[in-house]
Design a protein around this ligand. Structure first.
Ligand code: AHR
Length: 326
């Protein structure tokens, strides 16, 4: 009897798998394996939602999704699983730039195209992926330091000694490497700019709060905080509040933040954050479009940067904030 039940179960499973495969074939649903690096920030949550929506069944996809919880080794396991399951296309939002060569080669050997989204991968053979789509993180950083230079000049502080506290995102991530490069390069060319601390905030609010609070206990003399994402800025604001230090437009500490999520824009319009450099997370429809182009055999550019802007209390309006999707 047991044996009959087992056979029936196996038959049911096989039939379900068959009918799913047939359904996939009939409706030609491309199966996408998406390896998301984590859920560390508001930006990331918005990015995941955008990708999930783009790869929904209603939109013609079957999605295999994995959240790597900020660990690249988890991403490597996820991508290998996608390869074993024979997905049609792999999309990776990589935690770090290095360490991708082997797994990308495995995907290529299996004939599965790979799209890199958000951050980049550093591989010698760029033929290992179809395209990279994301932000121009260096340009974001340069916009931030240019704004700082102009703002200090406009307030007669161009020659004044300026102490900069730099809160860094996950080490080795493109967003960290290039935003850090912008401020480090600028400090080299501005004699009066001093980076008095570089703290590891890992793109999270809690880590940033912890490291900034500790730092301020010893070094409260900070003129600028250059924080590589909004959540780390929120953590720094809490630490500044507790230390009794003022910040923002009428405060002692200038706050520069990256991402421009709605909550940060609201703080900026209220004068609590001086500058929000936009980093757009809504990549889902863009990657969807790239996949469609690829499936039609169209040529796809190797690298695509999305358009982004900067916000200050002067150019923000309630309408801009209300229209923000994230
Ligand atoms: O790679 C983009 C960065 O990653 C965003 O600035 C940050 O919020 C996210 O965690």
């Amino acid at each position: 009897m047991k044996r009959i039940i087992c056979i029936l179960c196996l038959l049911t499973l096989a039939l379900t798998a068959c009918s799913r495969r047939e359904a996939v074939e009939e409706r030609k649903l491309p199966v996408v394996g998406f390896s998301q690096l984590g859920a560390e920030s508001d930006w990331r949550v918005a990015n995941t939602a955008s990708m999930m929506q783009a790869f929904s069944e209603e939109n013609g996809y079957e999605l295999l999704y994995d959240n790597a919880r900020q660990k690249q080794e988890n991403q490597l396991v996820a991508v290998r699983n996608f390869i074993v399951q024979g997905v049609d296309i792999i999309v990776i939002a990589p935690a770090e730039e290095t360490g991708w060569e082997a797994v990308l080669q495995e995907a290529r050997s299996a004939g599965i195209p790979v799209i890199i989204v958000d951050r980049e991968v550093a591989v010698e053979d760029t033929g290992l992926y179809l395209t990279e789509i994301g932000s121009d993180f260096l340009s974001e950083g340069i916009q931030a330091v240019t704004w700082l230079e102009n703002t200090l000049a406009a307030s007669g502080r161009a020659a004044e000694d300026i102490n900069i506290l730099h809160i860094q995102g996950t080490y080795g991530a493109t967003a960290q490497l290039l935003r850090s490069k912008a401020i480090e390069d600028a400090a080299q060319t501005h004699e009066s700019w001093h980076i008095v601390g570089q703290l590891a905030g890992d793109y999270t609010e809690s880590k940033s709060y912890e490291v900034v609070r500790e730092f301020l206990q010893e070094h409260p003399d900070v003129d600028v905080i250059y924080s590589e994402n909004d959540n780390m800025t929120f953590g720094a604001m809490q630490a500044l509040d507790e230390a009794g230090l003022t910040y923002g437009k009428d405060g002692d500490v200038i706050l520069i933040s990256f991402d421009a999520v709605r909550k940060a824009l609201q703080y900026c319009m209220d004068g609590k954050i001086n500058l929000c450099v936009e980093c757009n997370p809504l990549h889902g429809p863009r990657v969807d479009e790239l996949i469609r182009q690829y499936l039609k055999g169209e040529t796809i550019p190797k690298q695509i940067f999305v358009e982004e802007t900067v916000f200050t209390p002067e150019n923000l309006t309630p309408e801009i904030i209300a229209a923000r999707q994230y």
